[in-house]
Design a protein around this ligand. Structure first.
Ligand SMILES: Nc1ncnc2c1ncn2[C@@H]1O[C@H](COP(=O)(O)OP(=O)(O)OP(=O)(O)O)[C@@H](O)[C@H]1O
Length: 719
């Protein structure tokens, strides 16, 4: 028998409960609840009427699409015609019906008081997109419309005018059930929404899904925050931060369509595996034009493809906020002190700009707050203007053309080049990391001698192509480029796993946001980089958004109670004061801790073979340097599996890439090795353990990390 419990965790949780995950029509894990609505018969008149509404809405959507396709794209010229064609194509695409999903998932009926006249009754079906009939009346209202807000927010205490909220169950695109809440009926007890519970507990297969039918009130508040405001969301694992961030992006794109069509929305995630996982959410919500990038991709336009990885100590120093000032100084140290009068000859006359006037012009330009290159480009004009004033005083006739000619004249250009040389950000950072003298000037009073020595490459680089660039260097180059010229920003940035970014990375993100707003998502307890942010006010300061609104999400939709209890043992050691999620799932989940008895990989293979019999996705997570061995063990045991982005049912995941992902069943191999692999190993372990949505199996041969053994054996109530 391989199910041998570890020394301290002698209990296999919920052994009597088969680990099945509910399908749409059954909920074996739900506690018996007399208030749960009973299934609806297929001849139920309400259900039939709703099916009829769905049929008509589908026909109306078809008509809307056909109308769009029939439109003739005719612009004033070729470019505008092509533009119009593309817009119509996108519109037609957005109007495609997905037969596997009904066009609406909910409905609200409202009564508006008549104030003396008859009160009005209104009914709205809420769906992923707006559908109207031939008269322009709404058949389905977009979930982002103002009128839909009440669907998400109405409670018995604050019904928002809603008398009835209806949720629909469906299978293969057809409505199969509904649940009604009569919010004004005081006799009706609160129900445990079976549809909501099933949605939350549905098995995870494939990439992340949207949660539009079941957004919870505290999540909706974040989603519908206005575009002007930056929101920062702290939330334990599985509280829906990523989901909320993506839905906010969709909400903003709908509500501020014109503004954001011009400026755009950018989603930033930790790595490609994560971006792959979330890639479908926005397109499902009808938003196909959102750029989704990793932090590394954000700065890859700098032209310094990373070749090496810095030691954590060096990377932390390069990511330190003080580097921004070092770079700023390095840039501006290139503006010289004018020592000579500028002479320009035109025709038979020679004109001069004395040193003190040049000094003055430079001071004015430096004081404008422009980038180095932008300010430099103005210096020639400023000097030419001084000459123009002298020419006019001498009775010459001048105009803009003369000033431009003077600004572009060889003596002026040479003078400017000498005094205020053109800079290239890559070469500048290369010199900064190669030349102790330049670094000493730029870092004087900011970095001590040891820190300066730590920054310098062991051998000065000969050129950008051969330099040993690291990811942190790319961020420095990005900072230097921004010190030269401002980068245009987008209208809104959604930044996920923000706790892991260094101050310098946060600055790079802030530059992309320009004057726009951000949705900053993260969990301090999941910070695994050496430079992880210690607090949100810190991170927000680096983002230049101190006034952001901080929201805390507490309810956990992923991790079941048994797994939360286990993983939360780490919290006092990794993030004192941070609360674990309050598990919303009614199924307490399953936790198995297996001691391997000398043959770790055999135990892993056994565990995988066992877990593979369950419904849902499976993640086998190991320290990075064990992932290949784990995959080989699965192959040997005949367990089919893939690597990240393969979309296989069983996926082998290196621990450092697990962040943000989730699987119904997670097998964690040798926690002690995950902890030992990096300075923030305990936090990494916390991330890894909390990927499980249904069951967690921990297989170990070494002793479990002490914090996990720090309490009495686990006995889960209600399991
Ligand atoms: N209101 C909801 N209804 C249904 N499912 C939800 C809801 N909110 C979140 N979920 C689901 O819970 C899971 C966790 O959500 P998400 O990945 O957004 O959490 P997170 O806070 O970003 O987690 P982590 O910090 O671990 O990355 C996802 O499968 C998501 O779809």
């Amino acid at each position: 028998m391989w199910w041998r419990a570890a020394g301290i965790c002698t209990k296999v949780l919920c052994p009597s409960r088969p680990d099945r995950v509910t399908g749409p029509s059954e909920t074996p894990h739900l506690p018996p609840s007399p208030r749960r609505p009973s299934p609806v018969s297929a001849t139920d008149p309400t259900l039939l009427a709703e099916r009829e509404h769905l049929l008509r809405a589908r026909a109306d959507l078809r008509a809307m699409r056909e109308h769009t396709l029939s439109l003739n794209a005719q612009g004033g010229d070729h470019v505008s015609t092509e533009y119009l064609k593309a817009a119509l194509y996108r519109r037609a695409k957005a109007l495609e019906d997905d037969p596997s999903l009904p066009l609406f998932f909910g409905r609200i009926d409202r009564v508006e008081p008549g104030h003396g006249r008859e009160e009005t009754h209104e009914s709205f079906h809420i769906g992923r997109r707006h559908v109207m009939d031939g008269n322009g009346d709404p058949m389905v209202v977009d979930w982002r419309a103002d009128v839909s807000r009440a669907f998400y927010r109405a409670t018995r205490n604050d019904p928002h005018g809603v008398v009835l909220r209806r949720r629909y169950g469906f299978a293969e695109g057809e409505l199969t059930s509904y649940e009604d809440e009569h919010l004004l009926d005081t006799r009706e007890a609160d129900i445990t929404s079976r549809i909501l519970t099933e949605e939350i507990e549905r098995p995870r297969v494939g990439p992340m899904r949207d949660i539009v039918a079941t957004i919870q009130p505290e999540q909706d508040e974040v989603v519908r925050t206005s575009l002007e405001r930056t929101v920062c969301v702290q939330g334990a694992p599985g509280t829906g931060k990523t989901a909320v961030g993506l839905h906010r992006a969709a909400y903003l794109l709908h509500t501020y369509r014109d503004r954001l069509a011009r400026t755009g929305v950018l989603v930033i995630g930790p790595n490609q595996a994560f971006l792959h996982y979330i890639a479908q959410v926005l397109p499902t919500l009808g938003e196909v034009d959102v750029r989704q990038v990793t932090v590394a991709e954000l700065v890859d336009g700098t032209g310094v493809p990373p070749r090496v990885t810095d030691t954590p100590q060096v990377a932390a120093l390069k990511g330190d906020e003080r580097m921004a000032e070092v770079i700023r100084r390095a840039v501006w140290s290139h503006v010289g002190e004018p020592a000579e009068t500028l002479y320009v000859t035109r025709g038979t006359r020679r004109w001069r700009v004395p040193v003190h006037e040049v000094v003055e012009a430079i001071a004015v330009l430096r004081g404008r707050g422009d980038g180095y290159t932008t300010a430099r480009s103005l210096l020639g004009q400023r000097l030419a203007h001084r000459i123009l004033l002298r020419m006019e005083a001498a009775g010459e006739i001048t105009d803009d053309r003369v000033q431009n000619a003077v600004a572009r004249s060889r003596p002026v250009k040479a003078y400017v080049d000498e005094l205020w040389p053109a800079l290239d950000p890559v070469k500048l950072v290369l010199r900064l990391l190669s030349e102790p003298e330049l670094l000493a000037v730029a870092a004087a009073g900011i970095l001590d001698a040891d820190e300066q020595a730590r920054l310098l490459w062991s051998k000065p680089a000969r050129g950008p192509k051969s330099a040993p660039w690291s990811p942190a260097d790319a961020v420095l180059v990005d900072e230097a480029a921004a010190a030269l010229e401002r980068v245009p920003g987008v209208g809104h940035v959604v930044l996920d796993e923000a706790q892991d970014l260094s101050p310098m990375e946060l600055r790079a993100v802030a530059r992309r946001a320009g004057t726009g707003s951000l949705t900053v998502l993260g969990d301090i307890a999941q910070g695994t980089t050496p430079w992880a942010t210690p607090s949100w006010p810190d991170a927000l300061r680096h983002l230049g958004r101190e006034d952001a609104h901080l929201e805390v999400l507490r309810k956990g939709y992923r991790v079941p109670a048994a797994v939360v209890d286990f993983a939360a043992r780490l919290l006092p050691f990794i993030a004192p004061g941070i609360e674990p999620p309050e598990a919303v799932r009614s199924n307490p989940g399953r936790l198995d801790v297996v001691a391997a008895d000398g043959d770790l990989l055999a135990a892993v293979a056994d565990a995988a073979a066992d877990v593979a019999t369950r419904i849902g996705s499976i993640g086998v997570i190991a320290a990075d340097d064990m992932a290949d061995q784990a995959a080989a063990a699965l192959t040997a045991a005949g367990v089919e599996h893939g690597r990240l982005a393969d979309d296989a049912r069983v996926t082998v995941v290196p621990a450092t890439l697990a962040k943000g992902l989730e699987y119904d069943h997670v097998i964690v191999i040798e926690p002690a090795r995950i902890v030992a692999a990096e300075p923030s190993g305990l936090r990494r372990l916390y991330v890894v353990l909390t990927r499980a949505a249904s069951s967690l199996t921990v297989v170990h041969d070494d002793a479990l990390p002490e914090p996990l053994t720090s309490r009495e054996p686990l006995v889960h109530q209600g399991g």
